[in-house]
Write a protein that binds this ligand. Structure first.
Ligand code: GLV
Length: 323
């Protein structure tokens, strides 16, 4: 056996695989779809470091299955709600994520969802494909413009800031809610106003979620919060599905409590609340936030470099926040 064992639970771009091969032995599950739990537990046995995806649950069971030699779990994602950090700490395992490298791609996707939801792009696409008759008319398929409107951002971290920068170029005003105020230079550059949640809900024309999933943010947006929003408002979620109560959202969209929504993530991913599927005023895409060739490569390479750095004793490059 050559050096440490790096186990990767899915396909990774060649550049990341090559880095790992140069540093030790690479064990890789080559399938594109999520690895079944039992296969995952067998795959990680004996690994010194594991590169995981956001749907791989890293808990006591997995850490036990890996064995006492495991030293690093490198999540190929910025979010790490799939990882039990206390269990990892008990096993002496360092956990890393991939902050920064996916901010632009996720912000681009968020703007795509904002435009798709406010300008009814997916609905229009469905209409054209249906073969039904349509014609240009003064009142035909009107959406709402973004200029002069308020974007409310929950979580003004790396991704939230990039969303705000883009939204400013569309002429939007930026307000935000977060536990801590953003640094003064960020606030100044974005001309962003920090508001309590209730005020953000009541004043946002577009409300965009960029907060990690934690026990505090689970169902942060539920029936009461949706009721507090404007009837013309649009909700965007490219963060984590469980931040929104999906059933309550479907009801709010059906009743016209809010105008529209754009979702990249789902509460019980990859399942989607069936009531959403029949609604024309919600745009649904399959967790594509970071899905560009460039970004996925950068994420995999950063995860590989984290794993190599931990095993070589140089410590993690991007440890998760609480480590
Ligand atoms: C994607 O959702 C990520 O957390 O990187």
């Amino acid at each position: 056996m050559q050096g440490p064992i790096f186990t990767v639970t899915n396909m990774v771009p060649d550049s990341a695989a090559e880095l790992l091969r140069q540093a030790g032995e690479l064990r890789l599950d080559p399938r594109e779809e999520a690895i079944p739990r039992q296969d995952l537990l067998e795959l990680v046995a004996g690994a010194d470091a594991v590169l995981t995806l956001l749907h791989d649950r890293v808990d006591e069971e997995l850490l036990e299955a890996a064995g006492a030699q495991l030293r690093c779990v490198a999540n190929v994602a910025v979010g790490y709600d799939n990882i039990d950090l206390e269990a990892a700490a008990r096993h002496g395992v360092t956990v890393t994520n991939t902050p920064g490298v996916l901010d632009d791609a996720t912000a681009d996707l968020t703007l795509g969802l904002i435009l798709a939801a406010t300008r009814r792009l997916a609905e229009g696409d469905r209409l054209v494909r249906s073969g039904r008759e349509w014609s240009w008319g003064m009142g035909f398929m009107l959406g709402r413009g973004l200029q002069g409107k308020r974007l409310g951002i929950i979580g003004l971290g790396g991704i939230g800031r990039k969303v705000a920068e883009r939204a400013r170029a569309f002429g939007m005003e930026i307000t935000y809610h977060s536990r801590h105020p953003a640094p003064p230079e960020v606030v100044e550059a974005l001309r962003a106003e920090r508001l309590p949640l209730e005020q953000l809900l009541a004043t946002s024309d577009v409300l965009s979620l960029h907060t990690p999933l934690t026990e505090q943010t689970r169902h942060l947006i539920g029936a009461a919060e949706l009721e507090a929003m404007k009837p013309t408002a649009v909700l965007i979620n490219a963060a984590r599905g469980p931040v929104v109560d999906e059933r309550a959202l479907a009801a709010a969209l059906a009743e016209g409590q809010i105008a529209a929504a754009g979702l990249d993530v789902y509460e019980r991913e990859p399942r989607v609340e069936p009531a959403l599927l029949d609604l024309d005023n919600v745009v649904l895409v399959p967790h594509l936030g970071s899905a560009t060739v460039e970004t996925r490569t950068a994420m995999a390479v950063l995860a590989a470099r984290n794993a190599i750095s931990v095993l070589s004793g140089q410590g993690p490059l991007t440890p998760v926040a609480s480590q």
